[in-house]
Design a binder for this molecule. Structure first.
Ligand code: SF4
Length: 280
């Protein structure tokens, strides 16, 4: 078979999409173009704003500061309750334009002067999908003294993760549910999320973890206790954010009762020093 016409595997995330010529992967951001996996989200920006660092959420990393926050489009999970679906489940049509790595550095410098920003947070959608862009932009930011923050679902394979970690100062990583079945329902992989948390902590990156607590999905006392125990074995003082779910996108389940959040917090505190509630 002609090499250009053979399917090519993308090894960035556990989906390992096998893509034929001009076919786009599950995430909507990577395509087989002329026999090569190409990033169609390279430098495409959907949002650019200066946010308090606590909004990422990061509570133990330069508290009280602000950070330039950048988002693109696409996601390699398909959570029916996605709180950010207007960019994560869309294609390039939602992009507001192209920002080169050098221009991003300029934006970061300006945000530092004007708003006291400490660096750049790649957030709002899954940042690892713009992998080649990240690899181009984060060394520039680091060389300039900017902090690099990633807010991620952790769905990335180990090899590509290893290459980025030396440039990352802090991450908020989702641990959406503590089960294989739960991750499958959301289009993700449990073990990969665990690996990403583990590898990032071991690499010395400042890591905080977020779980969106959803009735009937992950508000089981035993499941939550197992999650907190596993995290505590990795790092006793890892901050865990339990965030309140509200109905969005395809899931119609009612909002998480505030009492459930308090109960989950109590359970997690049996193992972890820092358990915060969000959206309450
Ligand atoms: S990054 Fe996208 S194209 Fe690559 S394996 Fe994952 S879902 Fe498929």
């Amino acid at each position: 078979m002609d090499k250009e016409k053979s399917p090519v595997q993308c090894d960035l995330c556990p989906h390992k999409c096998n893509l034929s010529q001009n076919q786009t992967g599950f995430c909507g951001t990577r395509r087989n173009i002329d026999g090569k996996i190409s990033s169609i989200s390279y430098g495409q920006v959907t949002s650019l704003a200066v946010d308090p660092i606590e909004k990422k959420p990061l509570y133990h990393f330069h508290p009280g500061t602000a950070i330039l926050s950048v988002g693109g489009f696409g996601c390699n999970m398909k959570c029916p309750f996605c709180q950010n679906y207007s960019i994560s489940q869309q294609g390039i049509e939602v992009s507001q334009g192209y920002v080169s790595p050098e221009e991003m550095l300029e934006f970061a410098r300006r945000a530092a002067v004007k708003a006291g920003s400490i660096g750049v947070a790649f957030t709002y959608n899954e940042p690892f999908l713009s992998y080649e862009y990240l690899l181009d932009v984060v060394p520039l930011l680091k060389a300039d003294g900017q902090k690099v923050v990633l807010v991620t679902n952790g769905q990335i394979c180990q090899e590509p993760l290893k290459a980025v970690l030396p440039y990352v100062d802090a991450m908020n990583i989702d641990l959406k549910v503590f089960s294989e079945d739960g991750y499958k329902w959301m289009g993700g992989d449990f073990k990969t999320a665990q690996n990403t948390i583990e590898m990032s902590v071991k690499a010395g990156v400042h890591v905080e973890v977020t779980t969106l607590v959803i009735p009937g999905i992950n508000d089981d006392a035993d499941m939550m206790s197992s999650e907190a125990l596993w995290l505590s074995q990795l790092k006793k003082d890892i901050p865990l954010h339990l965030s309140r779910y509200f109905p969005r996108y395809k899931l119609k389940t009612g909002a998480t009762p505030v009492e459930t959040l308090y109960k989950m917090q109590e359970i997690c505190k049996e193992h972890l020093e820092y358990v915060y509630l969000g959206n309450v």
